[in-house]
Ligand binder design. Structure first.
Ligand code: GDP
Ligand code: MG
Length: 175
C-alpha cells in the first residue's frame, strides 16, 4: 500500500447502469481487487475511495455506488451533484441493459454537470459464449454520444483498472 502524504484533488465519480450488470463488483475490483460471487444488492456504504497518482498529481477518487436505486429515474439528483466522472455500465450478455444506456445518458445530461466525463463499460467480458451486445454496436453508440468506452470483467479483473485510470486521467485533463 502506497502512503500518500498529500491529496491534490478529490474527484467524485458515480457508477450507473441497470441492476445486476456488475457495478458493485467493478467497484470492489478496482478499490480492493476483490470479487464476490454471492454479492447481494448494494446496501449501506455510499461511496468507496481509492487514491492514485496521475501525472504527478495525487488524486483521491471518491466513487459512488447506487444503493439499489437503479429503477428508471429513481436515482436522486444529489447522487449526481459534484460528479466529475461517470462509469455507465451494461452487461454484454443482457441486451436490455445496453438498450437502457441511452436513458442513463439522458439522466446524466439532465442532472449532472455538462462537463462530466462518461465512460461506457460493457461488463462480464468473461462470459464470451453468452455475449449478445457486440463491441462494434457499443463503440458506435459511444462515439455517437461522445463517451469513452471499454469492455471489462469484474470477475477476471480485465480492463477494470485501466478503465478507471482512463476516466480519472481525462477528468484531470479537463479540471
Ligand atoms: P449491480 O447490481 O450492478 O451492482 O451488480 P453486482 O455487482 O451486484 O453483480 C451482479 C451479479 O453479476 C453478481 O452475481 C456478480 O457476481 C455478477 N458479476 C458481476 N460482474 C461480473 C463479471 O464481470 N463476470 C461475471 N461472470 N459475473 C459478474
Ligand atoms: Mg450494486
Amino acid at each position: 500500500n502506497i502512503v500518500h502524504d498529500r491529496i491534490d484533488y478529490v474527484f467524485k465519480v458515480v457508477v450507473l447502469g441497470d441492476s445486476a450488470v456488475g457495478k458493485t463488483q467493478i467497484l470492489s475490483r478496482f478499490v480492493k481487487n476483490e470479487f464476490y460471487f454471492d454479492s447481494k444488492s448494494t446496501i449501506g456504504v455510499e461511496f468507496q475511495t481509492k487514491t492514485v497518482t496521475i501525472n504527478d498529481k495525487v488524486i483521491k477518487a471518491q466513487i459512488w455506488d447506487t444503493a439499489g436505486q437503479e429503477r428508471y429515474r429513481a436515482v436522486t439528483s444529489a447522487y449526481y451533484r459534484g460528479a466529475l466522472g461517470a462509469m455507465l455500465v451494461y452487461d454484454i450478455t443482457k441486451r436490455q441493459s445496453f438498450d437502457h444506456v441511452a436513458r442513463w445518458v439522458e439522466e446524466l445530461r439532465t442532472h449532472a454537470d455538462s462537463s462530466i466525463v462518461i465512460m461506457l463499460i460493457g461488463n462480464k467480458g468473461d462470459l464470451v459464449d453468452k455475449r449478445i451486445v457486440t463491441t462494434e454496436d457499443a463503440l458506435e453508440f459511444a462515439q455517437d454520444q461522445n463517451l469513452f468506452f471499454s469492455e471489462t470483467s469484474a470477475l477476471s479483473g480485465e480492463n477494470v483498472e485501466s478503465a478507471f485510470i482512463t476516466l480519472l486521467q481525462e477528468i484531470n485533463r479537463v479540471v
